[in-house]
Design a protein around this ligand. Sequence first.
Ligand SMILES: Cc1ncc(COP(=O)(O)O)c(C=O)c1O
Length: 442
Amino acid sequence: MSNRLNTTPNDLRAFWMPFTANRQFKQNPRMMVAAKDMHFTAADGRQILDGTAGLWCVNAGHCRPLITEAIRQQAGELDYAPAFQMGHPKAFELANRLMDIAPDNMANVLYTNSGSESVETALKVALAYHRARGDGSRFRLIGRERGYHGVNFGGISVGGIVANRKMFGTLLTGVDHLPHTHQPDKNAFTRGEPEHGADLADELQRIVTLHDPSTIAAVIVEPVAGSTGVLIPPKGYLKRLREICTRHGILLIFDEVITGYGRLGSAFAAQHFDIKPDIIVTAKGLTNGVVPMGAVFVTAEIHDAFMQGPEHLIEFFHGYTYSGNPIACAAALGTLETYKQEGLFERAAELAPYWEEALHSLKGEPHVIDIRNIGLVGAIELEPIAGEPTKRAFSAFVRAWEKGALIRTTGDIIALSPPLIISKSQIDELIDCVRSVLNEVA
Ligand SMILES: Cc1ncc(COP(=O)(O)O)c(C=O)c1O
């Protein structure tokens, strides 16, 4: 038998874990030592059903052969090529494959190593684009309350999750925020897109009037806000944002780090909602979470605005040592091939009604005050314990782990986003686990 299952490290002090209750974890660690398809193997040998695709990224399931093999081969063939002033074929092949599945107004791809870096890249492209066109007074960026755009300074400035912002000083200047779209008094227990709230997009018009359109570079939103606890856009809301941006020459950036690569049942949310943003931010599902990588898509108009001046000069002063890293590109190509061969985006669309039904069967269980769903995403919002926000959901998370399922919680919201290979019986298993947990937690 493999001795991998016995490798729990006995000293957990040195690693300061990200977005983790470190002291709680280290008293009672939740260690994973292996994964295959829909399951993790815990250090004690238990099988854990993955209800969250890792962190919204393992869309094709774990340790998939095409991806593993692509990485293995690439590591033995070309491990690294300098990203600046040099190239390698897979970076170009991947960009073309991405443009095959992207909305048809997208033309060019910039590579990054994470969602956070993709966000920074998109914001910088937006600012520099206006300047390259001689419209450099457009310096303002508009985000949204409760938005999550990663953890770097641009991202937390346009983001709207208070805990992620409040410790870090003045952030970027010239940023304003749209109101969030969560209206539980009107929309609780809606299946899919809520009826109420399209008018919240008109707040953009108010912000534009306040600052004058000539000062605004871009609006960035998650088409479905994920990390804040799954806020589905009200019917017509995104279309109105698009119209207002178009009217005033403002770029619309969709942060599709969660919604990209099949989560809603089409390659990107832009296609699902039939909206054409100017820039799309992606990461996570691009490589199935296996190798860190992100990609930012832009229109030809944006790209071409930079292609001027003497040809020996660098057109855009931005990039990373690992932009388009060969092993990351190989992983992404293996991932896209897996999605295609197995029809996983279509599979997500087919499973969505079953998923919706299963999720909403939790209505009436203890503590449940709202349930939301779209594609293969779901949220179960719990009544917080008075005076102890987040505690109930955190207890549910720990209890689910003990019972054999990985769920995710944010605030007092349980967020579910399984790999797109989940079966109907595994959906039942996941939802039954949540049901029994809700009946156990205080
Ligand atoms: C919408 C969105 N943008 C950006 C990010 C940041 O991605 P990363 O953690 O890869 O930096 C995330 C991560 O969850 C996200 O959900």
